[in-house]
Write a new protein. Sequence first.
Lengths: 311, 331
Amino acid sequence: MIHFISKRLKHSLVLLFMASLVCFTLVVSAPGNVAVLIAELRGAVATPGYVEQVEEEIGLNKPLLMRYVDWLGDAVRGDFGISYRTGQDVSADLANRMLVTGTLIAGSAVIATLISLALGFLGAFWPYRLPDRVSRGLALLGASTPTFFVGALMIYAFSVTFQLLPSFGFDGPKSWILPWLTIAVLPAAVLSRVVRVGLEEAMVSPFVLTAKSKGLGRTAILFREALPNITPIFINALGTQVGLMTATAIIVEPLFAWQGVGDYFLAGVRFRDFMVVQACLLIFLTFFIVVNLIVDLAVLLTDPRIRRQWS
Amino acid sequence: MHDEPLLNVSNLTVNLLTAKSALRPVDDVSYSVRQGECLAIVGESGSGKTVMNFAPLGLMPTGVTTMLSGSVKLEGRELIGLPEAEIQKLRGKSVGFIFQDPMSALNPVRRIGRQIAEMAELHLDMTPSAAEARALELVKLVGISDPMARLRQYPHELSGGLRQRIVIAIALAGEPKLLIADEPTTALDVTVQAQILRLLKDVQRRLNMAMVLITHDMGVVAGAADNIVVMYAARAAECGPVDKVLVSPRHPYTRGLINAIPRREDPIGSEFRGLPGIPPTLGAPIKGCALQPRCELAVPACGNSRPPLVRSDDSAVLVACPVVNQGKAAA
């Protein structure tokens, strides 16, 4: 167990280092010069001389390797530098926004889990009957509707038409509901199929015949015998979906006028604010890697067969 | 009351309907088992021996429509026509099942202790802690060493023989009166087969249960069973006490089966003696004797009508062969 964790931690660190390289390279190789924009932002005429002065000021004229080492060294200590656009400390900006995005993703993950389990069980309990068909239809609809459109529909239905929930900004706990639902729709749809198919597969395995011969009913077999068998598969799929939620957050946060990491990232990209873009990318990647690490551990805890290989 | 068999099957016919086909894997078969007795049902794959025992107790795969006719009485209670909810109550409680492949019969992600204990909770109304104690008792009963540790283990941590012992413990946990063992030794190593068979026989005697032993292994039959039903192509070919049927088989199919067992005096490298031909498919109804195309005794009259199961020269043995029965009449 300890061996497994330490091995995975080492992998994760290597992965993070490589991710930081990719982040930096991508951002540096993007076209355009941020020094010109900064010069214009300061109200000055962007003469070549002034632009050069700005470049020197923010360290753009240093060799790339130096810039990377400087940036990574600071980032490891939690210092993501100063935003080119606002002149503010990126780390301070991010602290609040990470809390917002984190809560958004965590809530959506819980909702997606509940909805997908409910839909999947419904389908598995009455396979090929009406509840199964409804569940499959909803999954297809949810998986094929773009998130921004889902969000717009939610706002139209719950805020504009019925005026039940706030449409944007933060106005009490109720404000979480629409963004949570919007982000949860796609993963819930995908995961419900994982649950349904996994349960169906488990329900035809020989140990289910044994369970039936014990006198257990269908409900007991589904929950006691089949569910523990699909838990590792489900956790794996959930991990992937939660990782992808960072991408959805970039779309959903501006839609609901929420100031999260996604919104910050988008603003950074628009202004070629390298410091902000790099910091956000690195945070997204770290999140992805951490989620994967947690998934591996959770699978280890739910599947005794894998646990044995590592004990 | 004592005279009434625990399980009495008469004229059982099973029809299976799937989306694509209709089959009759069991055609008008009768047999019975008394308390403390062991009945062996023998036949090759597809002869209907498993379906015959599983279908009346509702253990058929989903997606298959099962139609039963005839009568199956368990402790005098008719099972055919009983709603599934009622049959579910009998499974595990009155009838324990043992399956062919212990490697897949246990849930891989649940602890063995739980898989046994839930039976006691379900059928004996035990509290979880009492059920755990009962599980421990059962694991000892089926002869597993270090029982405490076993209960906390998962199936993949045990060998095939140990797993089959666990499956037996599960089958015994509800204190059933009837044990149905479907090829309980087929998937095991030869060295373990004898142990498991001895264990089964031992618990059956000790707990005075009735047992139906489904097998295609004549060695298993000789060692364990009191009576035997030989199945061929969904029908019973011959039935009677094991000592009589195995010693002097009358039906040509039974003779073929026994003759097919390799003998010690066979020279090394000699051919196996099998029955020529293959068994018929069960899709179309067979008019005459199902064995006719493979039978050495066959005469044209065999194809006319289905041979009835008739008392042979030994009144305890029933044979369904017109030629054998005619010979008896002539004698």
